[in-house]
Design a protein around this ligand. Structure first.
Ligand code: GLN
Length: 492
């Protein structure tokens, strides 16, 4: 049977808060926990390929240090807790490739601010997780190093682009992970893998040290087993950073305090445009049941309109490819990673980029360069930015009336590996419910809300206004605590 509830919980099943409590109570040591995660990776990652690389020696050494620090009274919130990091985030001294062959062998001399903050809170880096190349994709099949598989069904994708992080957490290889979300890449893989993924508001988390994809859209977010862990990790990584001028100069709220279980009177908007043809009936049914459940907890369900929803995908794919084409210009074979000599400097660029980038990345650079080129800029890029404003205004109007907007995270559950690789448009359609949040700078979370008849997890998405993380976390927590979905685990 798939996903039976284990009577004896293995050590690797812990999330962050549980790990913290167990470590603090002396039930196990950080060395025990880190070794258990490394053993689990050893046991299952040959089949899953969630990790591109691990750092076992450094991780165990850091764990031993954490145990000694704890004995000396250190009680930092993440002390001795091993975490997995998506490979688009710089990790000082640990190879970082963004899932691309063009960065093979690149070892950064510094860590991303988000990674630094986790480490400053005591966390241990277990390893780097697989991703679609430069985070471009929805299935992790675009990785230059081979796909990741879904722990619930090895023939299926884990979602993407943070598929490695989501699979690692779902398969109990790590208590939690960081992912990045440009158009859904934290929320959709969390949905496909039956766990929690939180995309913070634009500007909430510093992107210093994140290999940029779409700079007006990218955010780093936690992928966790519980809503409480997502709140805790966001509290730690959030905040203004002089190294990223887009971070918002606001205090980080006490997000854990929002987890009261109480949502009486909260107004939950249901956009009619999100329940349309093409959505898998079991996904719609599970989300509708979740809506009833949330209503029974005392929230008010409010039908709303987001009339420009159908424009979100074309606008997103114009904006994101344009920004990607500019961001990826830096990979020229001179400063980082792969370098292939050519007869002239242009030939050098051509050889390096031709060999180093995969087909999806090349497609997007071409699309984006076209959209930005003289004569087409006004028709495509500028027009897309104008429609982006309309999409944002839809949400501004909605959030004047409701606290949270609820929808499915993805129109389907995890699809089969290979099913959509030759059909880029079908792949793009999987992002239909997630890209708007990035275009409008909103926060969003995906939480488990059921399983389909193949035993695959279904995700529920809650969107909040910019800096409205307390609202989505409060709602997500109340729903999570009133259901048992999180207790079902994949069997590997
Ligand atoms: N699937 C979307 C894309 O390919 C989103 C990716 C992401 O959020 N990084 O652009």
């Amino acid at each position: 049977m798939m996903g039976g509830q284990n009577s004896k919980k293995p050590l690797t099943s812990v999330g962050v808060a549980e790990a913290h409590a167990g470590l603090a109570a002396g039930q196990f040591t950080s060395v025990d926990l880190t070794r258990a995660c490394l053993d689990q990776i050893e046991r299952v990652d040959g089949a899953l390929h969630a990790f591109l690389r691990t750092s076992p020696t450094d991780a165990l050494e850091a764990a031993a240090m954490a145990d000694r620090a704890r004995a000396d009274g250190d009680a930092r919130p993440l002390l001795g807790i091993p975490l997995a990091i998506k490979d688009v985030l710089m990790t000082n001294g640990i190879e970082t490739t963004a899932g691309s062959r063009i960065l093979e062998g690149f070892v950064p001399p510094y860590s991303a601010t988000a990674v630094q903050k986790l480490k400053a809170a005591g966390a241990i880096i277990l390893g780097k997780t697989n991703t679609d190349e430069f985070a471009m994709g929805s299935s992790t099949e675009n990785s230059g190093y081979g796909p990741t598989r879904n722990p619930w069904d090895l023939e299926r994708v884990p979602g993407g682009s943070s598929g490695g992080s989501a699979a690692a957490v779902a398969a109990d290889e790590a208590p939690a992970a960081l992912g990045t979300d440009t158009g859904g890449s934290v929320r959709q893989p969390a949905a496909f893998c039956g766990i929690v993924g939180l995309k913070p508001s634009y500007g909430r988390v510093s992107r210093y040290g994140l290999i940029a994809y779409g700079s007006s859209l990218d955010q780093i977010g936690p992928i966790t087993k519980t809503v409480a862990d997502a709140a805790l990790l966001l509290e730690i990584i959030a905040g203004v950073d002089p190294q990223d001028s887009t971070t918002m100069p606001v205090d980080v709220p006490d997000l854990s305090a929002a987890l009261t279980g109480e949502i009486t009177g909260m107004r939950i908007g249901i956009p009619k445009e999100y329940f349309v043809e093409g959505i898998q009936p079991e996904v719609e049914a599970a989300v509708r049941t979740a809506i009833e459940q949330i209503a029974s907890l005392g929230a008010e369900i409010v039908p709303i309109n987001l009339p420009n929803t159908e424009l979100a995908l074309p606008v997103y794919y114009l904006v994101v490819t344009a920004e990607a084409s500019a961001n990826l210009a830096r990979f020229d074979g001179i400063r980082y990673g792969l370098s292939i000599d050519g007869d002239t400097i242009f030939d050098h660029f051509r050889q390096t980029r031709g060999a180093g980038f995969g087909p999806e990345v090349k497609r997007r650079i071409m699309l984006g360069t076209y959209a930005l080129s003289a004569g087409y800029y006004d028709a495509y890029y500028l027009k897309a930015q104008q429609v982006r404003t309309l999409i944002k205004q839809d949400f501004d109007r909605a959030f004047a009336d409701v606290d949270v907007v609820l929808s499915p995270t993805s129109p389907t559950t995890a699809f089969r590996i290979g099913e959509k690789v030759d059909d880029p448009l079908a792949m793009i359609l999987t992002d239909i419910f997630t890209t708007s949040a990035n275009l409008a700078g909103l926060c969003g979370i995906s939480i488990p809300c059921g399983f389909d008849s193949d035993g695959l997890p279904i995700g529920l998405q809650l969107l909040g206004p910019s800096l409205g993380e307390e609202k989505i976390l409060r709602t997500a927590y109340a729903y999570e605590q009133s259901t048992n979905w999180r207790l079902r685990r994949p069997e590997l």
